[in-house]
Design a binder for this molecule. Sequence first.
Ligand code: C2E
Ligand code: MG
Ligand code: MG
Ligand code: MG
Length: 278
Amino acid sequence: RSKEMGRDTLCVFDGPGNIKISLEIGREEELRRAIENEELFLEYQPRVNMITGQILGLEALVRWRHPKSGIVPPLQFIPLAEETGLILPLGTWVMKTAARQAKAWQDAGLPPVVMAVNVSARQFCDPLFINHVEEALAESGLAAEFLELELTEHTLMGDVTGALNAMNAVKALGVRLSVDDFGTGYANLDVLRNFPMDLLKIDRSFIDALPGDQATKSMAGAVMSLARDLNLTVVAEGVETPEQRDYLRGQGCAEAQGYLYSAPIGAPDIARLLGTAC
Ligand code: C2E
Ligand code: MG
Ligand code: MG
Ligand code: MG
């Protein structure tokens, strides 16, 4: 069982050739079936204005209702999905389901909010990706301005030219783009400046450390001021305490996502939250 892979992998070393038999194939089959059998579902986490508390957007986060293991969090199956290519059907399912849900809420008369969806590198680099985005919009009837795609620095810096082309195609549809987990990657700021991004989400590891000591605060402050220099909306991820909120507000960060406001919750709970905001 190899721990560092973060999931159940059994390695059997058999004979002089150290033949490795991996049970991961079984896990891949399970995940393939999960996508077909609709064992996946979405929760949504609000992104709020820290001053007014108003909900500005929602992030769709995938979960797996495993028949035996119960609810499996994404970090336990997204890496496998990325390695095996299953992230393509999985990611398309997430995007289409989230778009359909956002449109259904609008049709029910709830205040319209942006729906953000996480996109893996492999998915974003797929030549058919742009078609899937178009399909998600056409099939749901959701206006493009309400769909946002979250990319990581890793995705953007892998193949800069390819990423820029894909981003321009997405922007041409009117879809919004954001950088997720900002500050954890190795994005070249000059490159980032030339990307058509709308929003930066500052990684939770910076927020976790707040208020903290002076050095910690300077780090978080530096990341925020970089984000602002790029002229982008800044969102703090993983805000859990009033102290963090107060510090961030003091730094001029207006938007946040985190347990202080709401954990990711199911669709009926989101509908209730949006309803009370009417
Ligand atoms: P992420 O996109 O950075 O999403 C934010 C994660 O932080 C979520 O974890 C969320 O539940 C958690 N979080 C939010 N606020 C707080 C807080 O105040 N405190 C703490 N401790 N955690 C908080 P989750 O749902 O487990 O997702 C983990 C990661 O899995 C996501 O990170 C994203 O990278 C990936 N992921 C989730 N859904 C999808 C998907 O549909 N497609 C892809 N490609 N990746 C996904
Ligand atoms: Mg995200
Ligand atoms: Mg993040
Ligand atoms: Mg992430």
